[in-house]
Every structure is written in C-alpha cells, then in structure tokens.
Design a protein around this ligand. Structure first.
Ligand code: APR
Length: 311
C-alpha cells in the first residue's frame, strides 16, 4: 500500500492553497511545481507547509520543485499554472497566454505520468481543459475542468446568508461555461430538500443568481491584484477527494461532450459523477426551452474563446 501522489502545477495563490488543503486532508503526498525562476520560493512554500504538519497533525509529504521528474507516476495532477485575471481583464483576454502555458505543462505532465487523471483550473477553464485534452491525448474521462463546484459554492454561500441557515444544507446547480453567462438552475437547487423557490422571493433569488454569475469579478475587483483562490482551491480539493476516494460524487465539472445536451467536441460545465476513473458519467437532464437557450449562449461563448485559439 502506498500513499497517493498528487502534483499541483503552478505554485501561485491557488496552487499553493490547493497543495496545503490536499495535505491537510491527507489525500496524498503533494508535489508543487512552478517555473525554474520560481524554484526556491516554491521549495520554501512547500517546506513551510510541511512544517505545519506536526502542528495540525497531518501526514503527507510536500515538496516544491521545477523539475517534472519529481512528478513521476502521479495519480492526479492539478493544473493551476497561468496568469491570473487582473481588473478590467476578461477571462477571454487570458486565452492565448494561458493556452501556451497549459500546453507546455501538459507535455511534461504526460511524459512522466501517462496514467494520471488531470484536473484543470487555469482560466478560461472550458477552453483550457480542451487544450489539455488535445495536448495530452488522454481519454476524455481523465481530463476534467473545475468550474461548477466553485460557481455552486458561491451560490450556496449567498443562499445560506440570505436564509441564515447552514451552508451544508444548501445545494445548488449550475450548467454551462465558467463565466458571466453560466446557467444557474434554480429549480434544481434546495435548502434542506426544500426547493429554493418556496423559500426565497423571486426578486431576491434573481439577485443571488446575478451575484453568482459575477462572483469571480466581484473578488477580482476587491483584491485589486489577482483573482480568487481560497474557494477555487477548496473546489479543486473536493473534486480531487471524489476521485482519489472513488466516492462517485455527483458534482458539476467541465466535461468533454460528445452529443450530450446537443453539443459535440466541446468542453462545458455539466453535472457529472466523479470517481476513481475520473469523470465516470455525464448526467443529462431535460431542460426547459429557456434553460437550453441560456446554455446555448454559454456554449457559444466557450466556442468563441476556442476560435481565438485557433487563429
Ligand atoms: N509552468 C509552471 N508554472 C507556471 C507556468 C508554467 N509554464 N507559467 C506560470 N506559472 C505559475 C506562475 O509562476 C505562478 O506562480 O503559475 C502561477 C500562477 O499563480 P498566480 O499568479 O498566483 O495565479 P492564481 O491566482 O493562482 O491563478 C492561477 O487559476 O483561477 C485561475 O484565472 C486563474 O488562470 C489563473 C489560475
């Protein structure tokens, strides 16, 4: 029996927070990777985290490196490398820079861990996950993007504050691309099993949906420099846990679609089952005409980002 090995590529705000949370949950040994120029700070962050382990009582090795050999035989690889969004910058502005980053990272990852499962966070995540899928040559169930866990986390936070109830009792449901035109499905969202529509007046619920849609931008504007990382890291770790423990959790994820919801050759946020094989199933639901229209719009904006890449 051996401990799982998880590599986190990109040791910036999100990557290092993710590494610490993975270790705190004892999900495996963690390898934190950044560019050669950042090798010493990466080693320093990893050592600092490791030195927290006796205090917090977790057993997990954490190392920092810029050498991909150290990632050899990872079970799971999480890609956070890239440039973060700055105020006034749309996710789409990032597309070309980050596509170059994720391609080069993926080549190295695949070379040393040909059997791993990859979770992508780098934005714009739908298009970046597609780039990783293409570059890796991996089957679709082993290349997954994170967006919906974070989007629903934001929605659940706002709903729980509105109702003054536990966040644990609130469930949310979003479809579509990560961005301002994501599609929160309120009719599939509950608090303690009670449909939210029965608990919150429509105008309040609409305001919560709108705030969820703009949730990333709200944090970007407040931080003034960089984008959200605590909730993104927590979301990555929830997906990682579902896979590493083969929990078969129903979680929203950015999945490769081949006909589901009427889309082909596209990565988009949909409800899925995450387990030991990665993305084990895309759950397909009936949508109302209005929901399908909103999802089409979201899919179109993902496609337009991908067009930027093809040019
Ligand atoms: N290989 C490895 N690491 C890289 C590479 C590369 N080719 N290029 C950049 N990085 C590293 C940077 O050196 C930096 O340490 O990625 C890290 C990014 O960290 P931050 O700038 O702190 O950004 P962060 O807030 O973590 O966001 C990372 O996640 O939410 C998304 O939009 C966000 O795409 C961005 C990503």
């Amino acid at each position: 029996i051996r401990r799982r090995k998880i590599s986190v590529i990109g040791a910036g705000f999100t990557g290092s927070t993710t590494a610490l949370m993975l270790a705190q949950k004892e999900l495996g040994d963690v390898v934190l990777v950044d560019i050669p120029k950042a090798e010493n700070p990466t080693k320093g962050k990893a050592l600092d985290m490791l030195e927290a382990s006796p205090v917090q009582g977790f057993d997990a090795n954490i190392i920092g490196t810029s050498n991909y050999e150290d990632t050899k035989d990872s079970d799971l690889v999480i890609i956070t490398a890239g440039v973060a969004r700055k105020p006034g910058m749309s996710r789409d502005d990032l597309v070309n820079i980050n596509a170059g980053v994720v391609r080069s990272v993926t080549e190295q990852v695949v070379k040393y861990s040909p059997d791993c499962i990859i979770i992508v966070l780098t934005n714009p995540v739908d298009a970046m996950t597609y780039e990783v899928y293409r570059t890796s040559g991996f089957p679709k169930h082993r290349v997954i993007g994170q967006s919906g866990v974070l989007d629903t986390a934001r929605f659940r936070t706002f709903v729980a504050r509105e109702l003054n109830v536990s966040v644990e009792d609130v469930s949310g449901f979003v479809l579509g691309g990560h961005g301002d035109d994501m599609v929160p499905l309120v009719r599939y969202s509950y608090a303690g099993g009670i449909p939210l529509e029965k608990l919150i007046p429509k105008d309040r619920l609409d305001a919560i949906v709108e705030r969820t849609r703009k949730g990333g931008g709200e944090i970007v504007n407040l931080l003034g420099n960089g984008s959200a990382y605590y909730a993104p890291a927590a979301s990555l770790v929830q997906m990682a846990e579902a896979i590493l423990k083969d929990k078969k959790r129903i979680l929203p994820a950015v999945a490769y679609l081949e006909g589901e919801y009427g889309y082909n050759d596209l990565y988009l946020g949909v409800p899925t089952i995450l387990g030991g094989n990665g993305l084990e199933k895309v759950i397909v639901l009936d949508l109302t005409e209005e929901e399908k229209k909103a999802l089409d719009k979201s899919a179109e904006s993902v496609k337009s980002v991908m067009k930027v890449l093809q040019q």
